[in-house]
Design a protein around this ligand. Structure first.
Ligand SMILES: Cc1ncc(C[n+]2csc(CCOP(=O)(O)OP(=O)(O)O)c2C)c(N)n1
Ligand SMILES: CC(=O)[C@@H](O)[C@H](O)COP(=O)(O)O
Ligand SMILES: [Mg+2]
Length: 630
């Protein structure tokens, strides 16, 4: 690959030594490198192509790592990683032991803030700006946030705070009109107003060209500023922006834009100016997701993230032999949702900006009026569901386990305390693989168990998933069905909407001495372990209400109890089993096998589970060693 300028950059100070006119060539080389590298490893793709010019301009103008760059979500941080000493390790990105897919403080001093969830950048950069001021540090703080991430309440909480504080902060709004799917809501419409874009762009250019002259002529400058105000008022006329040309100015920010985010030279000039300005600044740039790679430009949804290029080495055994891939839990859910919606016209589905990932594409096509993408707004998604449920509509909130953390108070205060029948379809529960700890669904059983009125179901295979979704949907109270990323054991799935008895588990294998009390994804490994140990295996189906009779029935004839779950051991399903045995007076020596109190790693899920002693092989050894001690 011919990338001589890129190859000359070890760290950002090398970049800052380049003449300005070489930056477009650098952008082109960086794009070539990125296409090749992510093409091989897989990973987040289109967003990275869209910020190449911006990343170069930022490191060119800002004195990184003294100055702070805070990337929102962080899925667009690959060009930043390449320019900050990690180019040679890009081949390891998102793999076990390799570079993380998101900025990570322990990975590099250039990664100012660990991230993965959206809409934290403005708050974090503001915190840094205020801290630097308190400590007397000469440093600048920049938050880089996408238009999708900007739809979240947390971003607005930070804007609200920053606009009324005397902090030097630059927020760069990277507007590509896309979240993972097309961005939704009133904000994108506002940002997309051509009147606003054109007028603001013109104003910026006029101001740029005349500022030096005007500074020397205060009276003329005053007239020019009055003209600008008038100009804004005219821009308002005929546009659907009735109150103000710039929302952000009303929040106390100086607004610059909208400018072309792919013109690296112009970006440098603007950033140089903004770096020296005091107070809260907002730069609105327009970019194209997937810029420079036609396939991604034309289908940014598909190219938001891409898989690894298959090679003989990385095609797993199962992939080689199987003709038809197993359906994922997401697909099982998506199919159930359509079937249940056909049977009940009161069903509506809500997603906080995860239509594709949560399996709602088909549902949106079949039931467009009953489909709600509320933007990256998990808190709102849940309160909105509560409101719908108050009126007798039956909401299903399709949400990743990790993102449900954002809506915890809403789940408790708005849904559970009022005992409203909202069904949470919790995807990506447990270890998620390449995205790593920020996206691990490791905590939902612990944080849901203590919520009153809540029913929690943990399907052990694809058919169970459908059965438990139907069961929970029929309830007149809040409920959650949590299932893992990817596919299960490939169980045959019935097309019916049959239900099972609430709060009752089933014995899958009868053995002796040891009872394996398994939840969800751990039932299959438990069955494998049980072959060698001649143990009993219970598929508990529900964490809440837990099957007290079954636990008593298991505890009495067995000498040892082993609880298995893909959730934090602390406060999780195993804790529920222990509590029940203690309360029922049938406590037996018990081993909890779940996710220990550590930050999990990124990489292949099977490898991570093995490291956590949750593979069948490691479980067997762990149980046998523990038995020897008891
Ligand atoms: C709290 C939270 N909810 C959902 C997501 C999933 N997610 C990751 S990127 C993304 C879209 C972000 O859009 P934008 O900020 O505009 O960046 P772009 O992808 O357009 O570059 C979403 C919804 C997340 N990371 N965090
Ligand atoms: C950055 C982000 O949060 C999403 O793009 C996430 O990586 C999607 O994860 P899945 O691949 O599990 O849908
Ligand atoms: Mg976007």
């Amino acid at each position: 690959m011919n990338t001589p300028i890129l190859d000359s950059i070890q760290l950002p100070h090398n970049l800052r030594d380049l003449p300005l006119e070489q930056l477009p060539q650098l952008a082109s080389e960086l794009r070539t490198f990125l296409l090749d590298s992510v093409g091989k490893t897989g990973g987040h793709f289109a967003s990275n192509l869209g910020v190449i010019e911006l990343t170069i301009a930022l490191h060119y103008v800002y004195n990184t790592p003294i100055d702070h760059l805070v990337w929102d979500v962080g899925h667009q941080s690959y060009p930043h990683k390449i320019l900050t000493g990690r180019k040679n390790r890009m081949s390891s990105i998102r793999q076990y032991g390799g570079l993380a897919g998101f900025p990570k403080r322990s990975e590099s001093q250039y990664d100012d803030f660990g991230v993965g969830h959206s809409s934290t950048s403005i708050g974090a950069a503001l915190g840094m700006a205020v801290a630097d001021k308190l400590l007397g540090n000469d440093a600048r703080s920049v938050a880089i946030i996408g238009d999708g991430a900007m739809t979240a309440g947390q971003a607005f909480e930070a804007l609200n705070c920053a606009g009324d504080m005397d902090a030097n902060l630059l927020v760069i709004l990277n507007d590509n009109e896309m979240s993972i799917s097309p961005n939704v809501g009133a904000l994108p419409k506002y940002l997309a107003s051509h009147v606003m874009r054109d007028m603001r762009g013109m104003l910026h250019e006029i101001k740029q060209h005349s500022n030096k002259v005007l500074d020397k002529l205060p009276a003329v400058k005053e007239i020019a500023e009055k003209a600008e105000t008038k100009f804004k008022a005219i821009a308002n006329e005929g546009s659907h922006i009735k109150q103000s040309l710039s929302l952000f100015e009303n929040f106390g920010f100086d607004y610059t834009g909208a400018v072309n985010g792919h013109d690296v030279i112009q970006l440098v000039e603007i950033l140089r100016e903004l770096r020296n300005r005091k107070g809260a600044q907002l730069l609105h740039i327009i970019t194209k997701k997937g810029h420079g790679y036609k396939l991604a430009e034309n289908d940014p949804v598909k190219y938001h993230a891409i898989g690894k290029t298959p090679t003989p080495e990385n095609i797993s055994g199962s992939l080689k032999t199987e003709n038809k891939p197993k359906p994922t839990y997401t697909q099982i859910f998506g199919q159930w949702l359509c079937d249940q919606a056909a049977a009940d016209e009161k069903l509506v589905a809500i997603t906080p900006a995860m239509r594709e990932g949560s399996g709602l594409v088909e549902f949106e096509q079949q039931f467009p009026t009953r489909y709600f993408d509320v933007g990256i707004a998990e808190q709102h998604a849940i309160t909105f569901a509560a409101g719908l449920a108050c009126q007798g509509v039956k909401p299903v909130v399709a949400i990743y386990s990790t993102f449900l953390q954002r809506g915890y108070d809403q789940l408790l205060h708005d849904v559970a305390l009022q005992n409203l029948p909202v069904l949470f379809a919790i995807d990506r529960a447990g270890i998620v693989g390449a995205d790593g700890p920020t996206h691990a669904g490791a905590y939902d059983l612990s944080y849901l168990r203590c919520v009153p009125n809540m029913v929690i179901a943990t399907p052990s295979d694809e058919n169970e998933c459908r059965l438990l979704l139907s069961t929970c949907y029929q309830l007149n109270q809040p409920s959650a069905v949590r299932y893992p990323r990817g596919s299960g054991c490939g169980a045959e799935v019935s097309g019916s909407l049959k239900t099972v008895e609430l709060g009752k588990g089933v014995i899958r294998k009868q053995g002796e001495k040891i009872a394996l009390v398994a939840f969800g994804s751990m039932v299959q490994p438990a069955l494998r372990v049980a072959e060698t140990l001649n143990a009993t295996v219970a598929d508990m189906r529900f964490v809440k209400p837990i099957d007290v009779d079954l636990i008593r029935q298991l505890a009495q004839p067995h000498d040892f109890i082993v609880c298995l779950e893909e959730n934090a051991e602390m406060g999780g399903a195993g804790s529920a089993v222990l509590e029940t045995m203690a309360q029922q007076g049938c406590l037996k020596p018990t081993l909890l096998c779940g996710i220990p109190d550590v930050v999990t790693e990124h990489g292949d899920s099977a490898k991570i589970l093995d490291n956590l002693d949750l593979s069948a092989e490691k479980l067997l050894v762990k149980i046998q060693n523990w038995q020897k001690l008891n």
